[in-house]
Every structure is written in structure tokens, then in C-alpha cells.
Design a protein around this ligand. Sequence first.
Ligand code: TXE
Length: 505
Amino acid sequence: MNAITFDRSKAKFPIPEVATSFIAGRALPSDGTGERIPVICPATEELISTLREADAQEVDQAVMAAREAFAKGPWPRMSVDQRKKIMLQIKQILLDHADELAYLETMNAGISTNHVRNFHVPRMGFNFEFFAEVASQDSGAAYLQTKPYLSIVTREPIGVCALIGPWNAPLALCSMKIASAIAFGNTCVLKPSEFTPLSLLRVVELINQTDLPKGVVNLVNGRGQVTGDALISHPEVDVVSFTGGTTTGRAIASRAGQNLKPVALELGGKSANIVTASANMERALNGSLLAIYSNNGQQCLAGSRILVDRKIADEFVSKFVKRSEKIAVGDPLETKTEVGPLAYEAHMKRVLGYVDIARKEGAELLTGGGRHTEFNKGFYMQPTAVMAKSNDARVCREEIFGPFATFLVYDEIDEAIALANESEFGLVGYVWSEHLPTAMKVSQNVRAGTIWVNTPLTRELRAPFGGYKNSGIGRDSAEDCKMFFTEAKTTTIPLEDFPMAKWGA
Ligand code: TXE
């Protein structure tokens, strides 16, 4: 692809010409070693920046900065109240730059500015406040049952955390990783996706303008197999938190396993969205459209397999198709845009490839199915829906990760539940029903980490989020993140003198 060079005078906020690593409180120079990788705006195909890739040596520098800050720096040793004050400073500085961060995210990831500004940016701020609270309210346990001993259990930070993030929602997802790692006294090295380095580089710069000690939050930029692999293989990394595709997750888990590092993996999904005959049709329609098309269809928790009761299928599908055709696809910087471009060219081609796969499998194309004809530049795709022949079809089994809905029709709720469970994934499930026993039956029988009843995409940070089966290992929540990012320590003390064997006396 021949990228068009971006006219920098058009930029609403500064975009760095070269995105480098940020280590121990400073950005590394743009003229260092490492491959140069183009950073493309998916809405215009313009070259908006260049990423200078961190090689193994630069990754080592970042990990050792995090190690130094962990072993000798004040952060792990500070009182939680002091840490909380700094976490709140981070929240504030990020929210003070909300428009700039939203702009960088939209320019680089193609997510509509409305969505980023109204959901991702506030969530990013809240992540720091939430985990500051969680860490500050934490307490240990004491056991007195075995006399004369008192055993106390405390939790200590686990050390240097490698945080590897994806390109579909960099701000929202990676801010959660940083906040949950550092709140408990850890230090970290973040590696954003090579496709979307810009917003997170600015986030890490801003975080480093607060009172946070240098070296606590570091960032390396580069491709997964170079920079990412060097990071997760580094012996001074204690734990790996990853969000991304299932194939990459497998590779990361086996690499981390060689060094016995704990891993948390938040991976793909092919979640069932069950629309029953007892649904409130209008709400189910609104929710189903959001569940598949929001964030340009690029979300792990998408309701991408819509299972609809035969009794209402004709009406529901025809309304869904009509609404899909009216969705405002366009420039993600425009506030009226609902669906923007896909994040990068190869991904758009992959998603479009599923249209041919669907056709070959005998699916009926209900709407869309091609690049958006209104644009001669940008990775725009028409919101697409197909009616599959059976759940064995690849469009029912594989995560497509774009504005691509697959329908199946069912007759009985037990059949819908069985179809929902016939999947290698188990991240979330949706059910639309005004009949509580039906909703509860789905909730209790669908094997997925989160079930949404009559609502799409609601995240409660206190409650666990994560996947069954190939959708991941581990959960995000107040408690789960604490368990993952800390080590438990038991200290045992006798409270009185006690008889002890006197060997050699
Ligand atoms: O993501 P990857 P890809 C799914 C979605 C998508 C598919 C492929 O179905 O179509 O995955 O996307 C880093 N060692 N999701 O290939 O590879 C990489 O640099 C260390 C679901 O673009 O998973 C990036 O930072 N790191 C999903 C991160 O992994 C490595 C979000 C994610 O990239 C690495 C994204 C390696 N060997 C895609 N290889 C979700 N769960 O939301 C890659 N990386």
C-alpha cells in the first residue's frame, strides 16, 4: 500500500512524527535502532506517524527500569493513601487531556470520536479511581485456630508486570491494565499494538508528569513477535497480562509457561445473542445492533451470533436489516458517525473475506457484504448481516471482529442454549426476554463468563469479566485483579511459649 503523507497542519492536536519507547520518565530518541513501521490513519489511509520498534535491548532497558523502580523505588513502599493520591492525579491529568486523547485514538484506531469521548475516555479515568479505591480498602486475614499461633496473611505486589494490549480499544483496555497493576504497588512495561501506538504513548507521557515515581510505568512500541516476545520472555518480568486474539494468547501462554510466569488472557469470542419471542422487540433490536456494530464491530464482547426465535424471526431480521442499512458509516471524527473504518487494511480484508466464506457455505447475505461505496479512501465496510445455514458454518464458529452479524433461527429455548454452547469460545452471552424464568434459564445454562439480560455491553468493574473455554484465562474485577497482581504471604507467630523438641541437647 502506498500511504499518503499526512498534512500536519491539519492536525487538531500534535501527533508525534516518530513514536518510540518511553522508559524511566523519558521518551527515547527517534533516531535509535529498530525497524520503522508506518502508522496509518484507517479513515484516510494517510501515514500519520512512524513507529520506531523497540528491539530486545530496548525492551531490556524498559524492564530493568521497572525492576529498579520495584526493587529500590518508593512506589511499592508507599502507603496506600499516598499511592491513591497519585492515582487520582493520573485520573485528573488524563481527563484534562480527554479531547486530545480521544483525537489520537480516533485518528489511529478509527473508532468514532463520540464513542471514544463518551465511553472509553471516562472509563479510562474511572479505572485509576476505581483501582485506587480497591487497593486502599484492601485488608488481610488472620487465623487463630491453631493454638498458640497467630497466622496473618498479607498481600504484596508481585513485581514487574508485562502488559500487552490490542488495537481495538487501546485507551479503555490498556488503562485498565496499567491501573490494576500499579494500584497494588507494582511497576510495569506496557506494549501497545503496533497498529495503534499513538494514544497510549501520550497517556504514558502524561502519567509521567504526575508525582508517580519514574520507572513505574514504562512503554515499549513494536510488533508482537519482536518487541512483545522480548518482553514476555524477559527473566525480570514477573507476570503477563494480555488482551488479544486466541492464537496469540496461546503462543503467549506457552512462552510465559516456560518461565513459570502467571498469565491472564482476555481473548476472543463468538458470543450468542439470544432473542426470544418474549423479548421487548424494540429494546432487543436496539441492543442487538449495538452489540454487533458498536466500536466498528471490533470488540471481544460482540453479540456476533444472533439466535432468533422462529416465531419472531421474519419481523426481527427485517427490522435489523433496515436499521443496519441506515447506520451512519463515515469519518470517525464526525460526531454523527456511528460506524467508522476498520482498524487496518489487512484486518478489513480478513473481515471482507468472511463474506465469500459465508457465500460458499450457502449462507444468505441479508445486507452489506462489501467495502462502503461512498469512500474512495479508508477501510470502510458496509454493516453486514448473513443468515447461516447451520452452526457448523465458519461464520458461526470463528471470531470475525468487524461489523458482521451472523443469524441463526431456533425453535425452542433449549435449542438456543445448545447452539450458544456449541462454540470454542465462552466470553459473554446475551438474552432478550421479558419472561424471567426464560432469562434465568439462559443465564444458568450458557457457558460464558458474563450474561447480559435485556442489556448490551454493560461492564461492572467490581464483578468478574473474562472467558470460559478459549476466551481466556483469569478474570478482571476488583478481587481478581488483586489476586493476579499480588502475591500472598503468610506470617506465623506463636503467641506464647510452647514446648519444642530440643535436638542435640
Ligand atoms: O491481534 P493479536 P491481531 C482477535 C480478533 C482479531 C484477531 C487477530 O479476532 O481478528 O484477534 O488480531 C501482540 N508475543 N482479537 O493479530 O496478535 C500484538 O503486537 C507477544 C481479539 O491483530 O492478538 C498486540 O500488541 N505479543 C481481541 C497484541 O498482541 C504479541 C483484540 C494483540 O495482537 C505476539 C484484538 C507475541 N508472539 C484482536 N504476537 C480482544 N480480545 O478484544 C502478537 N502480540
